[in-house]
Design a protein around this ligand. Structure first.
Ligand SMILES: [Fe+2]
Length: 306
Protein backbone atom coordinates (compact mmCIF):
# COMPACT_ATOMS: atom_id res chain seq x y z
CA UNK A 1 0.00 0.00 0.00
CA UNK A 2 1.15 3.53 -0.74
CA UNK A 3 -0.16 7.08 -1.03
CA UNK A 4 -1.05 7.37 2.64
CA UNK A 5 -2.84 10.47 3.86
CA UNK A 6 -3.19 12.08 7.26
CA UNK A 7 -6.47 10.21 7.48
CA UNK A 8 -5.15 6.74 6.56
CA UNK A 9 -1.61 6.77 7.92
CA UNK A 10 -2.36 5.77 11.54
CA UNK A 11 -4.32 2.69 10.53
CA UNK A 12 -1.52 1.66 8.18
CA UNK A 13 1.12 1.91 10.90
CA UNK A 14 -1.11 0.04 13.35
CA UNK A 15 -1.58 -2.72 10.80
CA UNK A 16 2.19 -2.92 10.33
CA UNK A 17 2.96 -3.33 14.06
CA UNK A 18 0.14 -5.85 14.44
CA UNK A 19 2.55 -8.43 13.06
CA UNK A 20 4.72 -8.41 16.19
CA UNK A 21 4.99 -12.05 17.27
CA UNK A 22 4.98 -11.26 20.99
CA UNK A 23 1.50 -10.38 22.27
CA UNK A 24 2.68 -7.85 24.85
CA UNK A 25 4.98 -6.13 22.34
CA UNK A 26 2.05 -5.98 19.94
CA UNK A 27 -0.18 -4.40 22.60
CA UNK A 28 2.43 -1.85 23.66
CA UNK A 29 3.31 -0.82 20.10
CA UNK A 30 -0.34 -0.54 19.11
CA UNK A 31 -1.04 1.79 22.03
CA UNK A 32 2.16 3.79 21.52
CA UNK A 33 1.47 4.45 17.84
CA UNK A 34 -2.18 5.30 18.47
CA UNK A 35 -1.45 7.82 21.23
CA UNK A 36 1.61 9.28 19.54
CA UNK A 37 -0.34 9.94 16.35
CA UNK A 38 -3.25 11.37 18.36
CA UNK A 39 -0.82 13.68 20.16
CA UNK A 40 0.66 14.94 16.89
CA UNK A 41 -2.81 15.46 15.40
CA UNK A 42 -3.87 17.46 18.46
CA UNK A 43 -0.70 19.58 18.73
CA UNK A 44 -0.09 19.92 14.97
CA UNK A 45 3.60 20.80 15.44
CA UNK A 46 5.57 22.77 12.92
CA UNK A 47 8.63 21.01 11.51
CA UNK A 48 10.75 23.23 13.77
CA UNK A 49 8.76 22.25 16.86
CA UNK A 50 8.98 18.57 15.95
CA UNK A 51 12.75 18.85 15.64
CA UNK A 52 12.92 20.68 18.98
CA UNK A 53 11.23 17.63 20.48
CA UNK A 54 13.81 15.35 18.87
CA UNK A 55 16.60 17.54 20.25
CA UNK A 56 15.02 17.50 23.72
CA UNK A 57 15.02 13.68 23.77
CA UNK A 58 18.54 13.58 22.31
CA UNK A 59 19.89 15.90 25.04
CA UNK A 60 18.06 13.85 27.66
CA UNK A 61 19.77 10.69 26.45
CA UNK A 62 23.18 12.31 26.24
CA UNK A 63 22.94 13.31 29.91
CA UNK A 64 22.37 9.73 31.07
CA UNK A 65 25.26 7.72 32.44
CA UNK A 66 25.93 5.59 35.52
CA UNK A 67 25.69 8.66 37.78
CA UNK A 68 22.85 10.63 36.25
CA UNK A 69 19.55 9.42 34.82
CA UNK A 70 17.80 12.28 33.05
CA UNK A 71 15.12 9.96 31.60
CA UNK A 72 14.05 8.82 35.08
CA UNK A 73 13.95 12.47 36.05
CA UNK A 74 11.76 13.26 33.05
CA UNK A 75 9.45 10.36 33.94
CA UNK A 76 9.33 11.54 37.57
CA UNK A 77 8.61 15.18 36.79
CA UNK A 78 5.87 14.28 34.28
CA UNK A 79 4.14 12.10 36.87
CA UNK A 80 4.71 8.92 34.86
CA UNK A 81 6.82 7.23 37.54
CA UNK A 82 4.05 7.72 40.10
CA UNK A 83 1.45 6.46 37.65
CA UNK A 84 3.45 3.28 37.09
CA UNK A 85 3.80 2.98 40.85
CA UNK A 86 0.04 3.36 41.38
CA UNK A 87 -0.62 0.63 38.82
CA UNK A 88 1.92 -1.77 40.23
CA UNK A 89 1.92 -1.29 43.99
CA UNK A 90 -1.57 -0.95 45.35
CA UNK A 91 -2.04 -0.52 49.08
CA UNK A 92 -3.34 -3.63 50.80
CA UNK A 93 -4.72 -3.38 54.34
CA UNK A 94 -2.24 -1.56 56.53
CA UNK A 95 0.66 -1.98 54.13
CA UNK A 96 2.97 1.00 53.85
CA UNK A 97 2.40 3.09 50.76
CA UNK A 98 5.03 3.29 48.07
CA UNK A 99 6.43 6.21 46.12
CA UNK A 100 9.05 6.89 43.44
CA UNK A 101 12.48 5.29 43.48
CA UNK A 102 14.04 8.42 42.07
CA UNK A 103 17.22 8.67 40.03
CA UNK A 104 19.75 8.38 42.87
CA UNK A 105 19.39 4.79 44.06
CA UNK A 106 22.66 2.87 43.86
CA UNK A 107 22.65 -0.91 44.07
CA UNK A 108 25.19 -2.47 46.38
CA UNK A 109 25.33 0.18 49.12
CA UNK A 110 27.59 -0.84 52.02
CA UNK A 111 25.90 -2.96 54.69
CA UNK A 112 26.20 -1.46 58.17
CA UNK A 113 25.36 -2.79 61.64
CA UNK A 114 22.20 -1.53 63.29
CA UNK A 115 22.87 1.75 65.06
CA UNK A 116 25.57 2.90 62.62
CA UNK A 117 25.50 6.28 60.94
CA UNK A 118 25.10 6.49 57.20
CA UNK A 119 26.81 9.89 57.39
CA UNK A 120 30.58 9.78 57.25
CA UNK A 121 32.35 11.70 60.07
CA UNK A 122 32.38 15.40 59.27
CA UNK A 123 29.27 15.29 57.11
CA UNK A 124 27.34 18.56 57.39
CA UNK A 125 23.76 18.48 58.62
CA UNK A 126 21.65 18.02 61.72
CA UNK A 127 22.24 14.55 63.26
CA UNK A 128 19.11 12.45 63.29
CA UNK A 129 18.27 9.04 64.79
CA UNK A 130 15.85 6.87 62.84
CA UNK A 131 14.18 3.78 64.25
CA UNK A 132 11.22 1.55 63.60
CA UNK A 133 10.08 -1.90 62.71
CA UNK A 134 9.33 -3.98 59.65
CA UNK A 135 6.22 -6.12 59.99
CA UNK A 136 3.77 -8.08 57.88
CA UNK A 137 0.10 -7.36 57.34
CA UNK A 138 -0.89 -9.27 60.47
CA UNK A 139 1.72 -7.56 62.62
CA UNK A 140 4.28 -10.34 62.58
CA UNK A 141 7.87 -9.05 62.72
CA UNK A 142 9.93 -9.64 59.60
CA UNK A 143 13.32 -10.63 60.92
CA UNK A 144 16.24 -9.95 58.62
CA UNK A 145 14.36 -7.58 56.31
CA UNK A 146 16.92 -5.79 54.19
CA UNK A 147 16.58 -2.02 54.42
CA UNK A 148 18.32 0.23 51.90
CA UNK A 149 18.32 3.89 52.91
CA UNK A 150 19.73 6.93 51.12
CA UNK A 151 19.39 10.68 51.31
CA UNK A 152 20.82 13.93 50.00
CA UNK A 153 23.37 15.94 51.92
CA UNK A 154 22.62 19.19 53.69
CA UNK A 155 23.68 20.89 50.44
CA UNK A 156 20.81 19.12 48.66
CA UNK A 157 23.13 16.90 46.62
CA UNK A 158 23.39 13.11 46.67
CA UNK A 159 26.82 11.51 46.85
CA UNK A 160 26.62 10.47 43.19
CA UNK A 161 26.24 14.11 42.20
CA UNK A 162 29.63 15.12 43.54
CA UNK A 163 33.11 13.73 44.10
CA UNK A 164 33.98 12.06 47.40
CA UNK A 165 32.59 8.55 47.15
CA UNK A 166 29.74 6.82 48.97
CA UNK A 167 28.03 8.79 51.72
CA UNK A 168 24.55 9.01 53.21
CA UNK A 169 23.49 5.63 51.93
CA UNK A 170 23.69 2.16 53.47
CA UNK A 171 21.97 -1.17 53.89
CA UNK A 172 20.75 -2.56 57.22
CA UNK A 173 19.11 -5.79 58.32
CA UNK A 174 16.23 -5.76 60.78
CA UNK A 175 16.82 -7.78 63.96
CA UNK A 176 14.89 -10.87 65.05
CA UNK A 177 11.94 -8.71 66.11
CA UNK A 178 11.92 -6.75 62.86
CA UNK A 179 13.46 -3.70 64.53
CA UNK A 180 15.99 -1.33 62.98
CA UNK A 181 17.74 1.85 63.95
CA UNK A 182 20.45 4.00 62.43
CA UNK A 183 21.79 7.53 62.36
CA UNK A 184 21.65 9.97 59.48
CA UNK A 185 21.09 13.71 59.01
CA UNK A 186 17.69 15.35 59.06
CA UNK A 187 16.59 15.44 55.42
CA UNK A 188 16.36 18.82 53.71
CA UNK A 189 14.37 19.96 50.70
CA UNK A 190 16.41 20.09 47.53
CA UNK A 191 16.04 20.78 43.81
CA UNK A 192 16.09 17.89 41.35
CA UNK A 193 18.87 18.42 38.80
CA UNK A 194 17.63 21.31 36.71
CA UNK A 195 20.65 22.23 34.62
CA UNK A 196 19.57 19.96 31.76
CA UNK A 197 16.60 19.47 29.45
CA UNK A 198 14.26 18.48 32.30
CA UNK A 199 15.16 21.68 34.14
CA UNK A 200 14.40 23.70 31.02
CA UNK A 201 11.07 21.89 30.69
CA UNK A 202 10.24 22.75 34.31
CA UNK A 203 11.15 26.40 33.76
CA UNK A 204 9.19 26.57 30.51
CA UNK A 205 6.09 25.32 32.32
CA UNK A 206 6.48 27.67 35.28
CA UNK A 207 7.39 24.91 37.73
CA UNK A 208 9.97 24.86 40.50
CA UNK A 209 12.36 21.88 40.78
CA UNK A 210 12.06 21.40 44.55
CA UNK A 211 11.33 18.22 46.48
CA UNK A 212 10.37 18.23 50.16
CA UNK A 213 12.97 16.72 52.51
CA UNK A 214 12.82 12.94 52.66
CA UNK A 215 14.66 9.72 53.39
CA UNK A 216 14.54 7.07 50.67
CA UNK A 217 13.90 3.44 51.56
CA UNK A 218 13.66 0.14 49.82
CA UNK A 219 12.74 -2.81 52.03
CA UNK A 220 12.95 -6.42 50.92
CA UNK A 221 12.28 -9.74 52.60
CA UNK A 222 11.63 -13.25 51.31
CA UNK A 223 7.95 -13.81 50.58
CA UNK A 224 7.17 -10.08 50.61
CA UNK A 225 6.74 -7.57 47.81
CA UNK A 226 9.63 -5.12 47.68
CA UNK A 227 8.63 -1.75 49.10
CA UNK A 228 10.04 1.44 47.56
CA UNK A 229 9.13 4.49 49.58
CA UNK A 230 10.15 7.72 51.34
CA UNK A 231 9.65 9.28 54.76
CA UNK A 232 8.90 12.96 54.26
CA UNK A 233 9.58 15.71 56.79
CA UNK A 234 6.40 17.05 58.34
CA UNK A 235 6.09 20.81 57.87
CA UNK A 236 8.29 21.01 54.77
CA UNK A 237 7.05 23.83 52.57
CA UNK A 238 7.24 21.73 49.40
CA UNK A 239 4.98 18.87 50.54
CA UNK A 240 2.15 20.14 48.35
CA UNK A 241 4.23 20.95 45.30
CA UNK A 242 6.75 18.10 45.12
CA UNK A 243 8.36 18.29 41.66
CA UNK A 244 7.82 14.54 41.18
CA UNK A 245 4.30 14.21 42.70
CA UNK A 246 5.52 11.63 45.22
CA UNK A 247 4.06 12.83 48.54
CA UNK A 248 1.48 10.69 50.35
CA UNK A 249 0.03 11.76 53.67
CA UNK A 250 0.84 8.43 55.33
CA UNK A 251 4.54 8.92 54.59
CA UNK A 252 4.86 12.31 56.30
CA UNK A 253 6.53 11.99 59.70
CA UNK A 254 7.71 14.27 62.48
CA UNK A 255 11.41 14.61 63.03
CA UNK A 256 11.24 15.47 66.74
CA UNK A 257 14.03 16.49 69.08
CA UNK A 258 14.76 14.12 71.99
CA UNK A 259 15.94 15.19 75.44
CA UNK A 260 19.52 15.30 74.15
CA UNK A 261 18.49 17.74 71.43
CA UNK A 262 18.92 15.15 68.70
CA UNK A 263 16.34 14.91 65.95
CA UNK A 264 14.52 11.58 65.91
CA UNK A 265 12.20 9.89 63.50
CA UNK A 266 10.26 6.69 64.00
CA UNK A 267 8.27 4.66 61.51
CA UNK A 268 6.81 1.17 61.39
CA UNK A 269 6.84 -0.27 57.89
CA UNK A 270 4.31 -2.89 56.86
CA UNK A 271 5.14 -5.15 53.92
CA UNK A 272 2.56 -7.06 51.95
CA UNK A 273 3.00 -10.63 50.79
CA UNK A 274 4.40 -11.22 47.34
CA UNK A 275 2.02 -12.41 44.67
CA UNK A 276 -1.12 -10.55 45.74
CA UNK A 277 -3.38 -9.51 42.87
CA UNK A 278 -2.62 -6.03 41.72
CA UNK A 279 -5.24 -3.41 41.20
CA UNK A 280 -7.15 -3.90 38.01
CA UNK A 281 -7.77 -1.10 35.55
CA UNK A 282 -11.24 0.39 35.31
CA UNK A 283 -13.41 -1.32 32.68
CA UNK A 284 -12.73 0.02 29.19
CA UNK A 285 -15.25 0.77 26.49
CA UNK A 286 -15.25 -2.15 24.05
CA UNK A 287 -15.05 -0.17 20.86
CA UNK A 288 -13.70 3.30 21.54
CA UNK A 289 -12.56 5.08 18.38
CA UNK A 290 -8.91 4.71 17.45
CA UNK A 291 -6.88 7.61 18.75
CA UNK A 292 -9.11 8.36 21.71
CA UNK A 293 -7.52 7.96 25.15
CA UNK A 294 -10.31 5.63 26.25
CA UNK A 295 -9.49 3.23 23.47
CA UNK A 296 -5.99 2.61 24.76
CA UNK A 297 -6.88 0.09 27.40
CA UNK A 298 -6.12 -3.31 26.01
CA UNK A 299 -6.28 -6.44 28.08
CA UNK A 300 -3.72 -6.17 30.81
CA UNK A 301 -0.91 -8.59 31.22
CA UNK A 302 -1.67 -10.95 34.10
CA UNK A 303 0.35 -9.93 37.15
CA UNK A 304 2.86 -12.47 38.42
CA UNK A 305 1.20 -14.81 40.81
CA UNK A 306 -2.22 -13.36 40.13
FE1 LIG B 1 15.46 12.09 46.98
Amino acid sequence: MRNFSEKTLTAAVLKRVAGAPDRRTRQIMHSLVKHLHAFVREVRPTQEEWFQGIQFLTRTGHLCDDRRQEFILMSDTLGVSMLVDFINYGKVGKSTESTVLGPFFVAGAPEMPLGASIARPGTAGEPCAVSGTVKGLTGEPIAGAVIDVWESGADGLYDVQKPGGTNLRARFRADEKGRFHFKCITPVSYPVPHDGPVGRMLAATGRHPMRPGHLHFTIEAPGCEKLVTHLFVKGDKYLDSDAVFGVKESLIVSYRKNSAGEATCRYDFVLKPAGLKRRRPPPAAKSAPAGSPSSSRGRRRPSPGA
